[in-house]
Design a protein around this ligand. Structure first.
Ligand SMILES: Nc1ncnc2c1ncn2[C@@H]1O[C@H](COP(=O)(O)OP(=O)(O)OP(=O)(O)O)[C@@H](O)[C@H]1O
Ligand SMILES: [Mg+2]
Length: 319
């Protein structure tokens, strides 16, 4: 494992939060660095007081409680880190509620692409590494400083690691061009866990967690190049399969599963997808054969917006 880069503010904030509250969920897209950050935080606890269980490594729902009680072991553990909770989200949610009720000293750091949705949960969503830190990570792994590559990868540490493998044999310029097919480029069979051997597999793990409606919206919303709001999503993405009345819930589901990023702006709430997730959705849209229909609705929506803007009176001020 390479050196830990950046995230000082996040380590400090979550460590402090765990002093005040009993359940923190660290969420965010696949490969964004949740587990690595969780390890770093657990490493700062006094020796013998933190236990880590990777839920994805547990052998089925029945094995979860024994694995966790085994790790707690009746000892001095006061911080339980449960990693990859989305693998058994319902079972983790009820087990965490029981454990917190049973032991008033216990604190839980849940690491999950999806929230636990239990009372007392404090959710923190981790974003990709900011520009300079992303470049530092890529430079540490490859020896080259490539802001453009890091930018195209949304600062996602997993994608940066996979790009670094390519930089062993390819020039920076070829890697940059190769990113036009990011799923073909970002593959490395030699690493673990298995879902991290390719960017596409990492994103596919989130796809498996989604409902049919969420998958449809994910595919259709890939036509938005940047941010969009509920009105735009409803106009462009709804049909008989995905009703207007379901749209807000389906969007909320995708936000909860870290597929959509949500941002509050003065003009209202806006959503967007990381580039890799968007391209994955676009691939599904093509497979579904719905590309043309959705693109047409998107064009139509933009025309309506433009007409609306033209019809609006000019704001007062100098011409
Ligand atoms: N701050 C960092 N410094 C150095 N390496 C990092 C950092 N964050 C993440 N990485 C590396 O990037 C890879 C992906 O990170 P990590 O496994 O933490 O992602 P994740 O968000 O837990 O993904 P998943 O949702 O699939 O579990 C790992 O190999 C990890 O070591
Ligand atoms: Mg993880």
């Amino acid at each position: 494992m390479g050196a830990f880069v950046g995230r000082r503010a996040e380590v400090a904030e979550i460590t402090a939060l765990l002093d005040r509250v009993r359940l923190v969920t660290l969420s965010g897209s696949g490969g964004v660095g949740k587990s690595r950050l969780g390890l770093e935080i657990a490493g700062k606890a006094a020796p013998g007081t933190a236990a880590i269980v990777d839920v994805a490594a547990v052998d089925g729902p029945e094995a979860l409680a024994p694995a966790v009680t085994g790790a707690l072991g009746g000892s001095d553990v006061s911080l339980l880190v449960l990693d990859t909770c989305e693998a058994l989200i319902d079972q983790v949610a009820s087990l965490v509620s029981e454990l917190l009720a049973a032991d008033p000293r216990l604190r839980v750091l849940a690491i999950s692409r999806q929230s636990l949705a239990v009372s007392g949960e404090h959710l923190r969503v981790l974003a990709g590494l900011p520009g300079a830190e992303a470049c530092t990570l890529l430079a540490a792994l490859s020896g080259v400083w490539l802001p453009e590559v890091c930018d195209r990868l949304d600062g996602l540490p997993l994608a940066i690691e996979l790009a670094a493998v390519r930089l062993r044999t390819m020039s920076p310029a070829d890697v940059l061009t190769g990113l036009d097919d990011r799923f073909g480029l970002l593959v490395d069979d030699s690493r673990g866990p298995s879902r991290h051997r390719a960017l596409a597999t990492c994103i596919g793990w989130s796809h498996r967690l989604c409902t049919v409606g969420e998958r449809l919206l994910w595919a259709r919303a890939s036509v938005f190049a940047g941010e969009f709001d509920l009105e735009a999503a409803t106009y462009v993405c709804q049909d008989d399969e995905l009703g207007v009345e379901d749209m807000a819930d389906v969007i909320a589901g995708l936000v909860d599963k870290s597929v959509l990023l949500r941002r509050q702006t003065p003009a209202g709430v806006r959503f967007r997808m990381l580039e890799g997730l968007r391209e994955f959705g676009a691939g599904w849209l093509a497979l579904l054969g719905q590309q043309d229909a959705v693109r047409l609705r998107h064009r139509d929506f933009r025309l309506r917006l433009a007409r609306r803007a033209v019809g609006r009176p000019r704001p007062p001020g100098p011409c």
